[in-house]
Ligand binder design. Structure first.
Ligand code: S3P
Length: 434
């Protein structure tokens, strides 16, 4: 059976890198994702005064990090590249430390909303200015010479792990209580990692899937233990390989993957499509469950419907789910996913234009898509708009039977999955050439 070990989880890699810069001693991290996004976080902590030594290790990175020298003030603009997680979490980190800096990003990141983190951080007392357009990067965070932040109880309208994490980082680093009440639980890596490093972060489930996450410094020694961890594999990257195997009608085994329940909604959708999913026993790595999955294809993939509270758990997998929908039997519906419009591209627009260009019947909704499955040959030119997940989703389709696609920017996969091409080749090559 084809076996794939996905790259280190991007979300966990960012958090491990950023927290290592403020831990109480040198950290050691293995299996970091070697994508451009995590490199952006590494470069941010280096400019903040952390000393890092990064070496290639297998298909990822090993990093030794000495925490930032507190006397060091960043001299330069902190470039976050394409990485929304770097920009938003670094905003919380800077505010918590009271360190001033300018955060900026590439054209895609400059087009994405920043108000969702800037507003709650300002409510805590941070001084943050938009340097160009309102609500967008670049932003200047002013240093805080005296005084502490105000505590905050925040109720965002949309569940966002980046917003929640920025607030938690600000609260923890300045030692003020913060609470974030989310309508639906977003990925919880920051909470798990902080708790694993000795920081008291509590989660309480509320009604209808809502959750409250709280940091209370009253019961804390004030210490963030150094990290010594191996990053689990990225379920969002694994999703592309699983989808490729399903389209090739092959079973696949994914090893060393994060089995965190806030990230595995994709597997439930695959089951709804008729696939069989076997999950091995999970072991815990720094509070994160890690497991192996075996996924077997059905005779034909069925259509699916997703929406409501299921969306945060599959948000990054929707591009590849839309591709599976195009090869399913019947009409698949994705709703309540308006957040897709503010990702690395407007993913609803990208998916519907590109699928339509291939001859797939697709209708765009404000908050999602409806896709009619087809067995017809799909041929045409695809524009990924520099969005790694759009490029990889159509990259998968292009390597499977009855599709001939011309992709404008396949290289942008390196943002999250540098070995994408090589892994995809292993999943789709003729059997017997392994
Ligand atoms: C991420 C959170 C999600 C996700 C993104 C990574 C994170 O974004 O889509 O790819 O690492 O915190 P939101 O926080 O905007 O939902």
């Amino acid at each position: 059976m084809i076996t794939i070990r996905p790259p280190g989880d991007k979300s966990i890699s960012h958090r491990a890198v950023l927290l290592s810069a403020v831990a109480d001693g040198p950290s050691h991290i293995e299996g970091l994702c070697d994508g451009d996004d995590v490199r952006s976080s590494l470069s941010v902590i280096e400019k903040l005064g952390a000393q890092i030594e990064v070496t290639p290790e297998g298909h990822g990175l090993r990093a030794s990090v000495r925490p930032r020298n507190q006397a060091a003030a960043p001299q330069e603009v902190l470039e976050c590249g394409n990485s929304g997680t770097t920009a938003r979490l670094a905003a919380g980190l800077l505010v918590g430390l009271g360190v001033g800096a300018v955060l900026d990003g590439d054209a895609s990141l400059r087009a994405r909303p920043m108000r969702r983190v800037v507003y709650p951080l300002q409510a805590m007392g941070a001084k943050i200015d938009y340097l160009d357009e309102r609500n967008r990067l670049p932003v200047a965070i002013r240093p805080r010479a005296t005084g502490s932040l105000r505590s905050l109880k925040h109720r965002p309208r949309v569940a966002s792990a980046q917003v929640k994490s920025a607030i938690l980082l600000a609260g923890v680093l300045d030692g003020v209580p913060v609470e974030v009440h989310e309508p639906v639980r977003s990925r919880d890596h920051t909470e798990r990692l902080l708790a694993g490093l000795g920081v008291p972060v509590e989660c309480a489930e509320g009604e209808a899937g809502s959750v409250a996450v709280a940091f209370d410094p009253g019961v804390w020694s004030g210490s963030i233990r150094p990290l010594d961890m191996t990053i689990p594999g990225d379920p969002s990257s694994a999703a592309f390989m699983i989808a490729a195997a399903l389209l090739m009608r092959r079973p696949i085994r994914i090893e060393g993957v994060s089995d965190n329940p806030t990230r595995t909604g994709f597997l439930s959708v695959l089951e709804e499509m008729g696939a069989t999913v076997e999950r091995g026993d999970s072991e815990s790595r720094c509070g994160e469950p890690v497991s192996a999955w075996t996924v077997r294809p059905p005779d034909r993939l069925r259509a699916f419907e997703i929406g409501g509270t299921a969306i945060p758990g599959v948000i990054d997998e929707i591009p590849i789910l839309a591709i599976l929908a195009a090869r399913g039997v019947g009409r698949s519906v994705i709703r309540d996913a308006a957040e897709l419009r503010v990702k690395e591209s407007d993913r609803i627009d990208r998916l519907s234009r590109n699928l339509a260009a291939l001859g797939v019947t697709v209708s765009e909704r404000d908050d999602g898509l409806e896709v009619e499955g087809t067995t017809a040959r799909l041929t045409g030119a695809i524009s990924a708009a520099g969005d790694h997940r759009i490029a990889m989703a159509f990259g998968v389709l292009g390597e499977t039977p009855a599709a001939t696609l011309e992709l404008d920017d396949p290289e942008c996969a390196r943002v999250s999955y540098p070995d994408f091409r090589e892994h995809l080749r292993r999943v789709t090559e003729p059997i017997g050439h392994d």
